[in-house]
Design a protein around this ligand. Structure first.
Ligand code: AMP
Ligand code: FE
Ligand code: FE
Ligand code: ZN
Length: 275
């Protein structure tokens, strides 16, 4: 059987519920040959994951997931093999954390105005090493009995258009890709169908990202149909992007997603490495 990888995994360093070592051990249990950690706006889980991976003999690909602004869309870029110690990366992450704290305070204030007892400071204090965002507000609403699940909390309160949605600023696309590349990272466009763009806009986005130095496209992704995967593979081929894939595992915060699903062959990681 071909060896498998999962190139899109979140941990407690951002909004996942498995710690970096738990994610790695789970991947080993599932028989994966490699996983990439791609926490939102954080490389804080990489060191722990590296040593866990060494212990259980699987390969750990360092990564990150950064949101960039494209015409008002928050487009997610995976940065594989990024050097987390690069000053430009540190600066970017500091800026993103400040902006998240600002936005989180606005969300919390809106909730408190409706009598919901949450504070951004409390969420940050509870998980001081995590990148706090809407998923943590969603978990708080579930704990308070105001939502049935994280998904329900997003659907009724936190998704764009809902009562407690508040925008945060994203770094401009070109700047974001420049920073990733300057730190040795390989930029890959994440889950292209999540932005709900029409075909023309998705093509324009892909062209813009290629001009900015993207090397790959995440074509294999949780929930994408075979037709969608085939479409993305042809899009990637048109733009000379390599094909990557991953689950976007978030532990039990997204219980429908399983680590290592859908299957992604190891060969795709080798092609990515060669870019
Ligand atoms: P933030 O960056 O704080 O605005 O939060 C965005 C994150 O929330 C995304 O990266 C997803 O992990 C999560 N998210 C967005 N929409 C949903 C949803 N409908 N259900 C569950 N999680 C979601
Ligand atoms: Fe997430
Ligand atoms: Fe994402
Ligand atoms: Zn993700």
């Amino acid at each position: 059987m071909t060896q498998r990888v999962d190139l899109h995994v979140h941990t407690t360093a951002s909004d996942g519920t498995a710690s970096p070592s738990e994610a790695v051990f789970l991947a080993a249990q599932r028989g994966l040959r490699a996983i990439a950690l791609t926490d939102h706006d954080s490389c804080a889980g990489l060191a722990e994951a590296q040593s866990a991976a060494a212990q259980c003999g699987i390969e750990l690909v360092p990564g990150i997931e950064v949101s960039v602004d494209y015409e008002g869309y928050g487009v997610h870029i995976l940065g594989y093999f990024i050097d987390p110690t690069a000053p430009a990366v540190q600066q970017l992450l500091d800026w993103v954390l400040d902006e998240r704290l600002r936005r989180n305070r606005v969300i919390a204030a809106a909730m408190r105005a409706d009598g919901i007892p949450v504070s951004a400071e409390a969420l940050h204090a509870r998980q001081p090493d995590a990148v706090i965002g809407r998923p943590h507000f969603a978990a708080a609403l579930v704990e308070l009995g105001l939502a049935e699940s994280v998904k329900d909390a997003f659907d009724r309160y936190l998704s764009i258009g809902q009562k407690y949605f508040r925008k945060r600023e994203y770094i401009p696309l070109r700047e974001g890709l420049d920073i990733i590349r300057s730190a040795g990272g390989k930029p890959v466009i994440a889950h292209p169908f999540q932005y709900r763009m029409d075909e023309e806009r998705l093509l324009a986005l892909t062209r813009t990202l290629c001009d900015a130095g993207a090397v790959g496209m995440e074509c294999i992704y949780s929930g994408y149909t075979p037709e969608q995967v085939a479409y993305l593979r042809s899009l990637a081929a048109c733009f000379d992007l390599c094909v990557t894939g991953g689950s976007d595992f978030h532990g039990n915060r997204k219980p429908q997603i399983e680590l290592g699903e859908p299957p992604v062959p190891y060969e795709l990681l080798e092609v990515l490495k060669a870019r």
